[in-house]
Design a protein around this ligand. Structure first.
Ligand code: ADP
Ligand code: MG
Length: 245
């Protein structure tokens, strides 16, 4: 494969905190993510999922703790120095650039030669199954196709980590199921390491290797879907997961 993601053994959050004034949006979040895992960050609205993701990406400075990629400390680096791939709920595509240009934008910014950009964009187009759409503008695509472009753009820079923040919440129910399967397929085919934010229990249970349950800025529990089901650490985890009637 032309797209070869940067390899590492683990990403480690060590007692990461983030305050907004008097509000402790994250408190001592510690977490280790291993290479090739698909991790879901799950919890109700306002629990700190996006804050966690943005701290990992570097879009938001941490106010305490540290983030490590193997033995390198990354929380002090700018977002582009970390080089993680981001996929947002609203796709965040450039409306005036076509599909090919949107996907290749990051590589162009990094000064890559045209032949290399073309080769990698071609492979990304194949991977997200958008062959034949490359000359269209985002406005000419369906929501699902736009999200495919956003995913291609995130992975074409060959990031060690792919970060997704509620990527399916703007899609209708049918497309959401289709894209859910696509996201897991792409993760597997690439051998990616993915952190996926969602408030949807079903999504987390069906997609993730491990689920991190967040509540009020605190990690309540980390486990495989089966571990959470068999032994929820708190009644509110069981309630939130829908494991109690
Ligand atoms: P989630 O993504 O789980 O819905 P967020 O991480 O967006 O939650 O927010 C966590 C908490 O931090 C919420 O109480 C939210 O209101 C607050 N918050 C998030 N971003 C900001 C900000 N830029 N300024 C002030 N408060 C914020
Ligand atoms: Mg959010």
């Amino acid at each position: 494969m032309t797209i070869a993601l940067s390899q590492f053994d683990e990403v480690r959050l060590d007692r990461v905190s983030r305050d907004f004034g008097a509000l402790n949006a994250l408190r001592d979040v510690s977490l280790t993510i291993r290479r090739r895992e698909f991790i879901a960050l799950l919890g109700p609205s306002g629990c700190g999922k996006s804050t966690t993701l943005n701290c990992i990406a570097g879009l938001l400075p941490v106010t305490g703790g540290a983030i490590w990629l193997d033995k390198s400390r990354v929380d002090t680096l700018r977002p582009e120095e970390r080089g993680f791939g981001m996929v947002f709920q609203n796709y965040a595509l450039f409306p005036h650039l076509n599909v090919r240009q949107n996907i290749g934008f990051g590589l162009k910014m990094r000064g890559k030669p045209k032949a290399e950009i073309d080769r990698k964009v071609d492979e990304a187009l194949n991977l997200v199954r958008l062959r034949g759409q490359e000359n269209k503008l985002p406005g000419q695509l369906s929501g699902g196709q736009q999200q495919r472009v956003a995913i291609a753009r995130a992975i074409v820079i060959e990031p060690p980590l792919v970060l997704m923040d509620e990527p399916l919440s703007n899609l209708d129910a049918k497309l959401r199921l289709e894209m859910r399967a696509e996201i897991r397929r792409i993760h597997n085919e690439l051998g990616a390491t993915t952190i996926y934010v969602t408030h949807d229990q079903d999504e987390a249970l069906s997609l993730a290797d491990r689920i991190v349950v967040l509540r009020d800025g605190v990690v309540r529990q980390v486990g495989t879907p089966k571990e959470l089901y068999d032994a929820p650490a708190h009644l509110d985890v069981a309630d939130f997961m829908g494991f109690r009637n």
